[in-house]
Write a protein that binds this ligand. Structure first.
Ligand SMILES: [Zn+2]
Ligand SMILES: [Zn+2]
Length: 135
């Protein structure tokens, strides 16, 4: 099996889902098509594709890295109940996306700030339903 072929299948599986899977979750999907593939291979290919800008890595402190088959800029929202991540199809918040406009007042503790992670938090429609049913 050629490397590129493996990579194509991994990319295909990632782009076929909107669930922003972790490497382990994606591995289980890819394994159905490539039974002999290893988690390390899936991981290596994901890292490489992220480097090449074909996919995105979603990193939030305290959570496992997730992967997104959509390489274009967009925001994400995380459900505070079930932890799932969805795309949040809003326009870029200009003030945040143009670093020149971010004024950092106060003591930075000697840090040079180079960026930040922005993730919206919310309650997904399914969890909302469950919550409403409990009332
Ligand atoms: Zn939820
Ligand atoms: Zn996304």
């Amino acid at each position: 099996m050629r490397m590129t072929n493996q990579r194509e299948i991994i990319l295909e599986e990632l782009r076929n889902t909107t669930s922003h899977p972790t490497a382990d979750e994606l591995y289980l999907r890819v394994k159905e098509r490539l039974p002999r593939i290893s988690l390390a291979t899936v991981y290596r290919n994901l890292e490489k594709m992220a480097e090449l800008g074909l996919i995105q890595k979603i990193k939030t402190s305290g959570y496992q890295t997730r992967f997104d088959g959509n390489p274009n800029f967009h925001y994400h929202i995380r459900c505070i109940y079930c932890g799932k991540i969805d795309d949040l199809p809003i326009r870029p918040i200009k003030a945040l996306e143009d670093p020149e406009h971010i004024e950092l007042d106060g003591d930075l503790g000697g840090y040079k700030v180079v960026g930040f992670n922005l993730e919206f938090l919310g309650i997904c429609p399914e969890c909302m339903k469950t919550l409403n049913n409990k009332k």
